[in-house]
Ligand binder design. Structure first.
Ligand SMILES: Cc1cc2nc3c(=O)[nH]c(=O)nc-3n(C[C@H](O)[C@H](O)[C@H](O)COP(=O)(O)OP(=O)(O)OC[C@H]3O[C@@H](n4cnc5c(N)ncnc54)[C@H](O)[C@@H]3O)c2cc1C
Length: 429
């Protein structure tokens, strides 16, 4: 028996890992048959396809050391190769830094608008996402690229979105770079993800797999009811267990829904939370992939996929097959026809990569009911009230979906670790 025996951790994703490693004896219950959550990699033939996280670009040396120590050989990529697909053109990412690649009739208004926007720009804390883009990139780039992509990727109107999720994802315009890129080819040096790490074998999850070995995890245990008064948990399988303290990485709307007799105001706040779900379509080809990108974004509205990554351009493959993955996003309120999405993706990828049906060795489709948290104007206040109420009821909510705030894999791990430290303190009281 350890003092943490009656601490229960819900979810064996990276926040569950960070929490579990720092609470010896705590019991973890995981809905799926494997650990890793959104950092898991699925195997198809000899290839590995990541479910969420694709690359590690942490600048935290402690975290890097932790995950690389046992993961085997690592690819260290110093300069990511990232493009935008727009019509039938390839543009270097991010578009505003490479205006020279746009046709003249788009380049001239794009540059003019961007310069005007920069001159007029005033800093304001309360911008919506559209206004932020207009101020940074000007009208032509905002409407031609960012607005179209937002509809595909976030499935939301730009005006509805806040800017608290940007955190380095989108870059502020640096005028000398923009002007340089409008006249001449320039090496991309501004992107946050230039340098990244990836395991040579096993996909992204290889970074974490060995770290789970000593944890007490029960798989296929999806919590469906939480009784706060009697401190009992009920699982879909029929299992029941008691707890003193709960650390949860279950998505907030699911967690709130599973709490017995939850107050109506908490239910109301939880109903405001919005997110995207994803359909991930993986392909293995017998033919070469004649592109060198690590990943690219697609701006064409008729193509359902928003982002395509090419793992075999990061790790070399041994058996002459190559692979890529297309990600499609849907709003949580949308339904979708999976066969249509598969067909649309296969046809559009054939067009982009130039392969034919006979070149396809295998495909697989993964659906993730939770992908990105949509940061709209309601999110921050609703989440802080829900978290406060949960904590008052001895539920520490952690990680990406527990905090309902986008976080990279390292931050999710540390969110779990910090939750463990809070629980330590609770025991010391
Ligand atoms: C599309 C996408 C791309 C990303 N790309 C990157 C990237 O390139 N680099 C990077 O560093 N980070 C990336 N991230 C972020 C990173 O993947 C996450 O921060 C991290 O994996 C989240 O870990 P978590 O433990 O908070 O949540 P999760 O991974 O979701 O873990 C939660 C766990 O809880 C389990 N669970 C859910 N409901 C229940 C229930 N009712 N009962 C029991 N268990 C339950 C789930 O099965 C899951 O295993 C990406 C995220 C997404 C969504």
């Amino acid at each position: 028996m350890t003092k943490y025996d009656n601490v229960v951790i819900l979810g064996a994703g990276l926040s569950g890992l960070g929490c579990g490693l720092n609470l010896p004896g705590a019991r973890i219950y995981e809905a799926k048959h494997h650990p890793g959550g959104h950092a898991y990699s699925h195997t198809l033939k000899n290839h590995h396809f990541d479910e969420g996280a694709h690359i590690c670009h942490t600048q935290n040396s402690e975290f890097l050391n932790l995950i690389t120590k046992q993961a085997g050989d690592i690819c260290e990529i110093n300069q990511s190769i990232v493009s935008n697909r727009w019509g039938d053109k390839w543009l270097t990412y991010p578009v505003q830094n490479h205006l020279r690649q746009l046709p003249l009739e788009t380049r001239i208004p794009a540059l003019t608008d961007l310069v005007i926007a920069q001159i007029d720009s005033q800093d304001s804390q309360s911008l919506n996402y559209r206004d932020w883009c207009l101020r940074q990139y000007g009208q032509t780039l905002t409407e031609t690229f960012y607005e179209v992509f937002t509809k595909k990727y976030w499935r939301s109107d730009m005006e509805e979105m806040s800017t608290d999720w940007l955190g380095g994802r989108l870059l502020k315009s640096v005028l000398p770079s923009i002007i340089h890129g409008a006249f001449d080819e320039r090496a991309e040096d501004q992107t946050k993800f230039s340098k990244f790490y990836y395991p040579k074998k096993g996909g992204f999850f290889s970074f974490f797999k060995p770290l789970y070995l000593d944890l007490d995890i029960s798989y296929r245990e999806k919590v469906v009811e939480i009784d706060l008064i009697n401190k009992n948990l009920y699982f879909e399988s029929g299992t029941t267990t008691s707890y003193d303290i709960l650390a949860s990485s279950v998505p907030l709307p699911v967690l709130v829904n599973s709490i017995k007799d939850v107050p109506s105001n908490i239910m109301y706040l939880s109903a405001k939370l919005k997110w995207t779900q994803s359909v991930i379509i993986n392909f293995i080809l017998n033919s070469p992939i004649l592109r060198n990108e690590h990943w690219f974004y697609i701006y064409n509205e008729e193509i359902e996929a928003s982002r395509v990554s090419i793992p075999s351009n990061i790790t070399s493959t041994s058996n002459n097959t190559n692979c890529f993955q297309a990600e499609i996003f849907r709003h949580n309120e949308e339904t979708y026809d999976i066969e249509y999405l598969q067909e649309n993706t296969n046809r559009s990828m054939q067009n982009i990569f130039g392969y034919c049906d006979n070149d396809v060795s295998s495909t697989s489709t993964i659906t993730a009911p939770f992908s990105y948290v949509i940061s709209d104007k309601e999110r921050e206040s609703a989440v802080s009230q829900i978290l406060e109420w949960l904590e008052a009821n001895k539920i520490y909510s952690m990680g990406l979906y527990g905090n309902w705030k986008y976080m990279w894999s390292d931050i999710a791990y540390y969110s779990g670790q910090n939750t463990a430290y809070k629980i330590h303190k609770e025991f010391q009281k």
